[in-house]
Design a protein around this ligand. Structure first.
Ligand code: CP
Length: 314
């Protein structure tokens, strides 16, 4: 199949074949990063703008590395240091970036739906690098890519997602992506951190960590977003670690080869012990490496989708 979308806004929008196309394209791009000269000319002459309204280490750098490996030119805009501080709207900023003849905008924003609003108002491609609590599609794609490398496929495997589900765009994108590919997904968190609508997305729910781990092939551990605990309703950090933290003791009762994942940044000693984070079960840094290939694939495909749409118009 051919990719026909100009944007990547979320995994809810994609069908199984589109997700598989991204994963297969990423597989072919992964080899580029092992070459002595880590570059291919696929996006030569194109300009990618990273427009980040929220802090990021992994996603921003990974998109920059991915774009450069495809030979694109890359501009990074941190909104706090831009004319956003003078009151410029998201749409005006996007239209100005378009007027500067950029080809792809990669956006991270604190508001759910920001990427979709931008995509509707500019003709350049838009990639969602995380919008509020809504979606973080490339994180889920790199998580799924890493799982597929380890397990051989996704269909029929069991994945537990543990942590602050309520505030997590990573959880939502993972649930959409994994269930579309046939995985069984369980979410595990204190009840207060499980939002409505999770079962309708196709995931099971538990607040018992041992149950979540007991037959999981992989556990994806999410950051506890204590900064969002405005009503002081979260369990305290020590209590959370005692009830939900991933420890060596807990993993002894899980499947022998359980895969431990985390999108980062990790709060060591809160979501998981340092011993687990650095153990042979952990694929956390492999996830980061795989993010480059996945983002190369997404940048390449949306660029193709954009050109195809324009060809059809002309
Ligand atoms: N996983 C993730 O999105 O990390 P950053 O916030 O560092 O980009």
């Amino acid at each position: 199949m051919a990719w026909i979308r100009k944007d990547l806004l979320g995994l809810e929008d994609l069908n199984k074949e589109e997700i598989e196309l991204i994963l297969n394209t990423a597989e072919s791009f992964k080899e580029v990063s092992t070459r002595e000269i880590k570059k291919v000319p696929a996006l030569r002459g194109k300009t990618v703008v990273n427009l980040f309204y929220e802090p990021s280490t992994r996603t921003r750098v990974s998109f920059e590395v991915a774009a450069k490996r495809l030979s694109a030119d890359v501009i990074n805009i941190a909104a706090q240091e831009s004319s956003v501080r003078k009151g410029e709207t998201l749409i005006d900023t996007g239209r100005n970036i378009e007027a500067l003849k950029a080809d792809i905008i990669v956006i991270r924003h604190s508001a759910s739906g920001a990427a979709a609003i931008l995509a509707r108002n500019v003709s350049v491609s838009v990639i969602n690098a995380g919008d509020g609590w809504h979606e973080h599609p490339t994180q889920a794609l790199l998580d799924i890519f890493t799982l597929k490398e380890k397990l051989g496929s996704i269909e029929g495997f069991k994945v537990s997602i543990v942590g602050d589900i309520a505030h997590s765009r990573v959880a939502r994108s993972n649930i959409w992506g994994l269930t579309k590919l046939g995985a069984e997904v369980t979410v595990c968190a204190p009840r207060i951190l499980i939002p409505p609508g999770i079962e309708e997305m196709g995931a099971k729910i538990t607040d018992n960590i041992d149950e979540a781990l007991s037959c999981a092939d992989a556990v994806n551990v999410l950051r506890m977003q204590f900064e969002r605990d405005e009503e002081n309703a979260f369990p305290d950090q020590l209590d959370y670690f005692k009830k939900f933290g991933i420890t060596e003791e807990r993993l002894k009762k899980a499947k022998k080869n359980i895969i431990v994942m985390h999108p980062g940044p990790i709060n060591r000693g809160i979501e998981m012990s340092s011993a687990v984070a650095d153990s042979p079960s952990s694929v956390i840094l492999e996830q980061v490496t795989n993010g480059i290939a996945v983002r190369m694939a997404v940048l390449f495909l949306v660029s193709q989708g954009h050109d195809q749409k324009n060809d059809n118009i002309n």
